[in-house]
Structures are given as structure tokens and as C-alpha cells.
Design a protein around this ligand. Structure first.
Ligand SMILES: Nc1nc2c(ncn2[C@@H]2O[C@H](COP(=O)(O)OP(=O)(O)OP(=O)(O)O)[C@@H](O)[C@H]2O)c(=O)[nH]1
Ligand SMILES: [Mg+2]
Length: 542
């Protein structure tokens, strides 16, 4: 390998940071994302989630339905530069109906920022997502948000994480006051107090006055009781809490903790600065050839997400690729592991929410967009050199099912295209009844909101009105033994047989009880809760 390439890769990896923001719905992920972009200089004025019409919208909630409802439905990639770093930020949806999308996105992340609403503490969806991060062993940073509102005691919030997640905490900064009296944060690294003043609607950076802890000006700047409370808290922190341990942080066993208010921008910049120092640079990835180092000179990457119609004018389909090793160059020719074919990677794009611009090169840790004329599926590996495949991305077991009907035959073509593209994206799973007479696709989803999104998008993006005919099943199991095993078993009661979009048999049961009964009576079926992955090796667990 050329020494230049080796050096080029080493420097690029050193300067890259990639992270996903995760939490229960409404903790403020999209708001924090927007403010990080503001401080990163990537936007000049921040929009608001749930903004009234005609106002600016946030960058990462670009889909029509996201803007109407003020929630995130699909994860978004944003790349920007800050303080010499190249940052790839992945904003994820919190709602559990979209957790498949969030899980896929986490597969592409090297670090996670876990948000909590300081008034609520740990919420169910945050716990689940935390478990996924723990399984992957990635560093987790905690940001307690909404300190501008009355909230719980900071010690209490940290204690909850320690006890319930069995995760050590280290407060990197500490809040000064809370609610109406939230004045700023104390940075324990620099031993400085940051006092903030709000800007109008938080759309610009907050004015930040920085003073040392012992600075006499503090008497004029901060009310006495808040100052004494801070000193008291700091003594307690130094006395009872663990010391910072970078190794534990990198192993995901200690979480650096931050406090702030994304809405008013308080604490956002100190968070970003510390995060960049502590976060892991892009690391090695497990593959069929063993661990692949990012500085490996051969290019490799995998597809973790597909998205249709990001640009409504062009009706395109984009594959999101996480670069894992080597240097990506525009127009390079790579091998596509699943099909064994070669593909030319032309028109690569840098992603920024809905906006894209062309790029000519990318490095490990980067996420790039490629036009996907139906070549890529979620989980696909692309590589140069010796054949390898990264871990595949599993599909969840759906829990609700409905026939999707197109009442208007003249729209058949659009209907078929829409269903196929939304399936490919993984917005919903599509199955068909094994009974050939029933030709309507079956939508299979984790939650009701996925149905709503599919119907909304079919109408909005493909111009097709659709009807749903719910099915009385709530459990799906893939038949590991295949069609042969199913045939040998003969007729089963209270279940129906479907085939997934890859033609594999799936049994749908009315309830867990029916499922267990069949499982007990017919072990030869080898029922599985999640679909075997299409591409890449089976991950250890999900
Ligand atoms: N008071 C207060 N409100 C906030 C703060 N951050 C976010 N919010 C509000 O909380 C609501 C949810 O914010 P989002 O940023 O959309 O939350 P999210 O975590 O991205 O939500 P999903 O993506 O739908 O899971 C919005 O109304 C925000 O304005 C904050 O620091 N203080
Ligand atoms: Mg959001």
C-alpha cells in the first residue's frame, strides 16, 4: 500500500466522529440536532419543531408528515465540520413504531448520545435503545434536556442511570439552577462557569459569559443562593462520585453526563466540545474476514438505510452507505457481496437532511448517499479486494397485519411502484398470502403509525389512495425449516401462511398461545422470531 494513502486514512479517521442521538419520543433529539448544527456553523438560524406554517422547519424533520405532526418518522444524516472535526450526526425517531429504523441507524453509529427529559428521567423507549447500544458496546453520552423547565434533582437522575442501567456516570458539566432560574452550567473540565442569556426563540446562539469559579465578578452575575448551591453540589460530586475513566467510557461502561436546554441553547456548546474530545473515532468492524480496521487500504462499507423520494422533484431512491475502511472515491468500481456483481458508484452525495451535494471522496466513519436504481438492499456489503460481508441487519417481528387495497384500478402502476419502494426502504414489511387467490399485499408492521405513514406516503408521494383491511393476527414466525417442513406438517389451525418479500414462509398466529402450541407440536418447523437476514452474516443477537 502506498504510504500516502496510509497516512491519508490515519489522519482522516483521527478527525472523524460519528454518532446517533437516541431517546424516548419528545425528549428533544431533533431540537438538539438543530442546535448542534447551529453551533457547528452548518446553519445560521435554527428552525423549530412544530413550527407554525410559513416558519422555518428543522433541518432533520424534512418529510411532509414529520412537519405536520412535529415528530420524527425516519432517521436523518447530517454532516458538518466543527473545530477541525468531520461530524456525521444521525438523528433518529423515538416512537417505538419506528424502532426498526432507529436500530438500523444505530448499526452505522460509533457513539450514541442518549437524551433524557430532566423532568421525566429514564423512559421505556430510552431503556430499550440503551440495551441495543450496550450490546454493540459503543460509548454512550447522556444529555439531560429541558432544564429550562422544572425537573428532577440532578443527583437523582444520575442515580437512576447507575442503578437501573447499571452504568457508571460522570458529570462533565453541572446545572446552575433549574426551571425559570436555570442560568447555565459549570464545566468540570475547565472549572469554568458558563452563564447564558437567551436569544429570541433560541434560533441564534445563546450569549455565553464564561467566568472562573473563584472570579469575584460572580457576585454580580449570579444570585448568592445559586452560587452556594453550586459549590455544595460540586463538593458532593467530588466526594461521592467516580472519577472520570476514558477507557470505561469507550467500552460503554461509564457515561459522561451533561445538562442543558436544547431549546434555549444553554449547555449545547460545552457539550459539543467535550463530546468531540471523549467520543470514539471510527473503529474496526466485524466481518466474515474478521475485524476490518478503518485504515485497511481496501474500501468497504455497508447499506444501513434506503430512502425514496427525499427530493420530491426527482423522485429518487437513495442508499445510505456507512464507509468502514479505505478511501471512497467517486466513480470507483466495487463488488456487491450479495449479488457477486460489480457496481460503479457514480454520483455519490453528501447528506444534510433533505439536502444533498455531490462529493468526490469519503473516509471511514462517513455516511454517503448513492442513487439506488434497485441494486442495494438494507444490509448489503460493498467492498474491494477479498470478498467480505459485514453483519446483516435483521428485520423485526411484526405485530399487526392488514391487507392493503387499491380501490382504483387505473392507479395500479403507481400502487405497485409505491408498495415496492416503501418495502425496499423498510418503512413497512410486505408479505403475500400463500393463498394465490388473495393478491393484495399484506402490510406487516411493528406499530399502527407505520400503517399511517405508508398510506400517507402512498398518497403524497405516489398519488394513490388506499384502503386497509385489518387481519386478526398478532404474532409472526419465520419457518426456519422452509416450505418443505411446512408441507410435511400439514394443516394448522388458527394460523395463516404468508410469504415475505423474499419468498420465505412466515406463519401468522392470532396470539402467543397459538404460536407456542404449534411450536411445541412441530419442532421441525424451527420457528424464528426475526427474519433471517438477506445480506451479510447473521448478527449475534438483536
Ligand atoms: N422547554 C423545552 N422544550 C424543549 C426542549 N427541547 C425540545 N423541546 C420541545 O420538546 C418537543 C419535542 O422536541 P423534538 O426535538 O421534536 O423531540 P424528538 O426527541 O426529536 O422527538 P421524536 O423525534 O418525535 O422522538 C418540541 O415541542 C420541542 O420544542 C428544551 O430544552 N426545553
Ligand atoms: Mg425527532
Amino acid at each position: 500500500m502506498s504510504i500516502e494513502l496510509q497516512e491519508d486514512l490515519a489522519i482522516a479517521v483521527e478527525k472523524r466522529r460519528n454518532f446517533a442521538i437516541i431517546s424516548h419520543p419528545d425528549a428533544g433529539k431533533t431540537t438538539l440536532t438543530e442546535k448542534l448544527l447551529l453551533y457547528g456553523g452548518a446553519i445560521h438560524e435554527a428552525g423549530a419543531v412544530k413550527a407554525r406554517r410559513a416558519q422555518r422547519h428543522v433541518t432533520s424533520d424534512w418529510m411532509a408528515m414529520e412537519q405536520q405532526r412535529g415528530i420524527s418518522i425516519t432517521s436523518t444524516v447530517l454532516q458538518f465540520q466543527y473545530d477541525g472535526y468531520w461530524i456525521n450526526l444521525l438523528d433518529t425517531p423515538g416512537h417505538q413504531d419506528f424502532s426498526e429504523d432507529t436500530y438500523r441507524t444505530l448499526a452505522a453509529a460509533d457513539n450514541a448520545v442518549m437524551l433524557e427529559d430532566a423532568a421525566k428521567g429514564l423512559e421505556p423507549q430510552t431503556r430499550k435503545l440503551f440495551e441495543v447500544c450496550r450490546m454493540r458496546g459503543i460509548p454512550i453520552f447522556t444529555f439531560f434536556n429541558k432544564l429550562d423547565r422544572p425537573g428532577r434533582d440532578p443527583f437523582d437522575l444520575m442515580d437512576e442511570i447507575e442503578k437501573e442501567l447499571d452504568l457508571k456516570t460522570y458529570a462533565v458539566n453541572w446545572p446552575i439552577g433549574i426551571g425559570d432560574r436555570f442560568k447555565g452550567v459549570f464545566d468540570r473540565r475547565t472549572q469554568q462557569i458558563h452563564l447564558f442569556e437567551r436569544s429570541a426563540h433560541g434560533s441564534r446562539e445563546a450569549i455565553d459569559t464564561v467566568v472562573d469559579l473563584g472570579d469575584p465578578r460572580i457576585e454580580d452575575l449570579l444570585e448568592q443562593d445559586l452560587y452556594y448551591k453550586l459549590k455544595e453540589d460540586l463538593e458532593l460530586l467530588d466526594g461521592v462520585c467516580d472519577e472520570f475513566d476514558a477507557d470505561l467510557v469507550h467500552q460503554g461502561k461509564m457515561t459522561p453526563v451533561f445538562f442543558g436546554s436544547a431549546m434555549t441553547n444553554f449547555g449545547v456548546e460545552p457539550f459539543l466540545n467535550s463530546f468531540l474530545d471523549y467520543a470514539l473515532k471510527p473503529g474496526s468492524r466485524r466481518s466474515t474476514l474478521g475485524e476490518i480496521e478503518p485504515t485497511n487500504p481496501e474500501f468497504s462499507g455497508f447499506v444501513f438505510k434506503l430512502q425514496a423520494n427525499m427530493d420530491p422533484k426527482h423522485r429518487d431512491r437513495i442508499a445510505f452507505i456507512r464507509v468502514c475502511s479505505g478511501k471512497f472515491e467517486k466513480d470507483m468500481v466495487v463488488s456487491h457481496a450479495r449479488s457477486g456483481k460489480t457496481v460503479r458508484l457514480s454520483h455519490p452525495q453528501k447528506l444534510f437532511g433533505q439536502d444533498r451535494e455531490s462529493l468526490s471522496e469519503a473516509y471511514p466513519g462517513d455516511v454517503i448517499g448513492l442513487n439506488n436504481p434497485g441494486v442495494f438492499a438494507i444490509g448489503d456489503t460493498i467492498y474491494n479486494g477479498k470478498k467480505l460481508e459485514f453483519d446483516g441487519i435483521p428485520m423485526f417481528s411484526p405485530e399487526i397485519f392488514a391487507f392493503l387495497k387499491n380501490p382504483n384500478p387505473s392507479k395500479f402502476k403507481q400502487f405497485r411502484k409505491g408498495v415496492s419502494e416503501l418495502r425496499e426502504e423498510g418503512a413497512v414489511q410486505i408479505m403475500y398470502s400463500a393463498d394465490e387467490a388473495k393478491r393484495d399485499p399484506i402490510l406487516a408492521a411493528v406499530g399502527q403509525l407505520q400503517f399511517e405513514v405508508v398510506q400517507f406516503r402512498l398518497l403524497n408521494e405516489y398519488g394513490v389512495e388506499t384502503l386497509l383491511d385489518p387481519l386478526p393476527y398478532s404474532v409472526a414466525r419465520w419457518v426456519g425449516g422452509g416450505w418443505d417442513a411446512l408441507q410435511k406438517v400439514g394443516r394448522l389451525f388458527n394460523t395463516t401462511t404468508a410469504k415475505d418479500s423474499w419468498g420465505r414462509p412466515v406463519l401468522l398466529f392470532r396470539n402467543e398461545w397459538n404460536c407456542r402450541q404449534v411450536e411445541g407440536e412441530h419442532p421441525s418447523l424451527q420457528l424464528k422470531t426475526s427474519a433471517p437476514v438477506i445480506s451479510g452474516q447473521e448478527p449475534e443477537s438483536i
